[in-house]
Design a protein around this ligand. Structure first.
Ligand SMILES: C[S@@+](CC[C@H](N)C(=O)[O-])C[C@H]1O[C@@H](n2cnc3c(N)ncnc32)[C@H](O)[C@@H]1O
Length: 275
């Protein structure tokens, strides 16, 4: 079932909530065999690239991200050529950032997206209320704007395996799951801090109600006979939502801002599974 050839594709963007740090733990909770791998909150796809399943449905609500996956699949050489033309200069960065991605060709759009991800401050994707990417220039000395080898490996994997790439809300994607499929749910996390807001600013935000609805989708997938694995933050609210399932508390390195404590290991993550 797993992709057999010696490919080692990795996530091609840095992504908020990316799971590369947790991957060695997540891997332990993957079912031994399953039909289709389904990842409805794809982001950078850390678990997808770790498992390299032969058959998968992957999706995210972020159009820029999903366009990039599709372009890497279909036009990787043109994308690499376009990425090579970008420059790591502040004025140039703001010119590219100001472009309306919807008016660009899919290749230019993916190239802009990857360029901004590699050169913006912290590599985070963030939009303002008008849906415009608004992260400032990162001032990195030598960002790797184009990683040719990895882009080609990602492309080869997406073309060799049977991978359906969608840009849909997770609920629609979960309806495609059938008995025996493995669904990995990695939603935007429920905020740990009490002061963090539950308000929905953009389509990417996940409110308290969204978390409740997701827990209902988890239960539906369970009833259907899917293997379901979910990651989220370790809060009482989330633990209550998944009561009755197998809940594992996981340590992860996190930046703790208060009192200059720096990096600290705390049990801030939860893994929930039904198998
Ligand atoms: C925690 S990140 C996933 C990180 C990913 N596992 C990785 O390794 O990079 C959550 C993702 O959910 C997406 N998202 C937010 N709301 C969504 C929704 N309603 N349906 C589908 N995707 C959504 C965001 O765009 C974001 O990419």
């Amino acid at each position: 079932m797993l992709f057999k050839e010696a490919l080692k594709p990795k996530p091609f963007v840095k992504w908020a909530g990316g799971k590369r740090q947790l991957i060695h733990i997540l891997k332990k909770y993957v079912p031994k065999s399953f039909e289709t791998y389904i990842e409805p909150f794809l982001g950078g796809g850390a678990l997808l690239f770790e498992l390299l399943p032969q058959k998968a449905i992957v999706s995210d609500i972020n159009e820029e991200l999903i366009n990039a996956y599709k372009v890497i699949k279909d036009n990787v050489e043109e994308l690499i050529d376009s990425l090579k033309r970008h420059r790591n200069e502040e004025n140039y960065y703001y010119q590219i950032r100001a472009l309306n991605p919807k008016l660009l060709s899919p290749i230019e759009r993916a190239s802009r997206f990857i360029y901004l991800n590699k050169t913006c401050y912290n590599g985070l994707y963030r939009e303002n209320s008008k849906g415009e990417f608004n992260v400032p220039f990162g001032r990195y000395k030598k960002p790797k704007i184009v990683d040719e080898e990895n882009l080609r490996e990602v492309s080869q994997y997406l073309n060799t395996a049977d991978i359906e790439i969608l840009c849909e809300d997770y609920k629609k994607v979960c309806r495609l799951a059938q008995k025996g499929d493995f669904v990995y749910l990695d939603p935007p996390y429920h905020p740990i801090s009490l002061t963090a807001s539950f308000t929905k600013y953009s389509k990417y935000d996940f409110s308290r109600q969204d978390q409740e609805e997701l827990a209902e989708v988890f239960r539906e997938l369970d009833r259907k006979g899917c293997y379901v694995l979910l990651s989220n933050s370790n809060t009482e609210f989330i633990k209550k939502l998944y009561r009755g399932y197998d809940i594992i508390e996981v340590s992860a390195n996190r930046f703790i801002n208060c009192k200059g404590e720096g990096r600290k290991k705390t049990k801030v993550e939860l893994i929930v599974k039904n198998f």
